[in-house]
Design a binder for this molecule. Structure first.
Ligand code: ADE
Length: 222
């Protein structure tokens, strides 16, 4: 999979792309991720990318031209272009599964007060990571890229995906490691029993119990 990230702040991504699973996915060649500075596409002599909004109002508005040109510099017929915005469709694990099957993803990170409405016509999909407003699309983009890349075939063991919270609209079951007794809190006996059928059954029951208790809305949407 190829991922192009269009942003005014490429340095914000340096840390996350160099660590852990995202770093491994790139060094193993499963995923290639490139950062592009939208400012490099400005046609203004001072590299301006924003201006005052028509009709007044607070803050500056990102202009369509630099973003359009940045998208066109990387777009191919296989590309899916995604804009991060609080007005987008609420991002869910199901989107992560679907996006992990794509060949080429282009992410557009908005910043400042807003972007020219016409930018919406250049993208295939708009995603929001939740009902709160961040200073820009960079952190949402990192969340989406991280959740997609771990699902790309061969990046982590497939078995881990099946165990994930939100797979089948259920939360994950509880897991334990050593010691068996920590400050009086014991690992459930069934997990120490070695009885695989009972362990499987217990885990399924725990998934249901936890989901009912914490996220009944997930069960209703099954
Ligand atoms: N940009 C600012 N806030 C956002 C959010 N919640 N989701 C996606 N993009 C954003």
């Amino acid at each position: 999979m190829k991922i192009d990230i269009l942003t005014l702040f490429p340095d914000m991504f340096e840390g996350i792309l160099k660590e852990s699973i995202l770093a491994r996915a790139q060094s193993s060649g499963k995923v290639s991720i490139a950062l592009h500075n939208i400012r490099d596409f400005s046609q203004d002599p001072h590299k301006k990318v924003d201006d005052y909004g028509f009709g007044g109002g607070a803050g500056m508005v990102l202009m369509p031209q630099p973003i359009y040109d940045a998208i066109e510099s990387v777009r191919t017929p296989q590309s899916k272009v995604i804009l991060l915005t609080p007005q987008g469709v609420p991002y869910k694990q199901q989107h992560a599964y679907e996006l992990s099957q794509e060949e080429h993803l282009i992410f557009v990170c908005g910043h400042y007060e807003g972007f020219d409405e016409r930018i919406r016509s250049f993208v295939d999909e708009e995603l929001s990571i939740g009902d709160y407003v961040l200073t820009g699309g960079e952190i949402p983009c990192m969340a989406v890229v991280d959740s997609v890349v771990r699902l790309v075939s061969g990046v982590i063991e497939e078995e881990s995906h099946i165990q994930d919270s939100f797979h089948n609209q259920l939360l994950d079951y509880p897991v334990y490691t050593k010691p068996v007794d920590f400050r009086g809190m014991k690992v459930p006996d069934v997990l120490l029993s070695g009885h695989h059928e009972n362990i499987k059954k217990w885990r399924e029951e725990e998934q249901l119990r936890k989901t009912k208790e914490r996220r009944p809305d997930l069960l209703e949407s099954r």
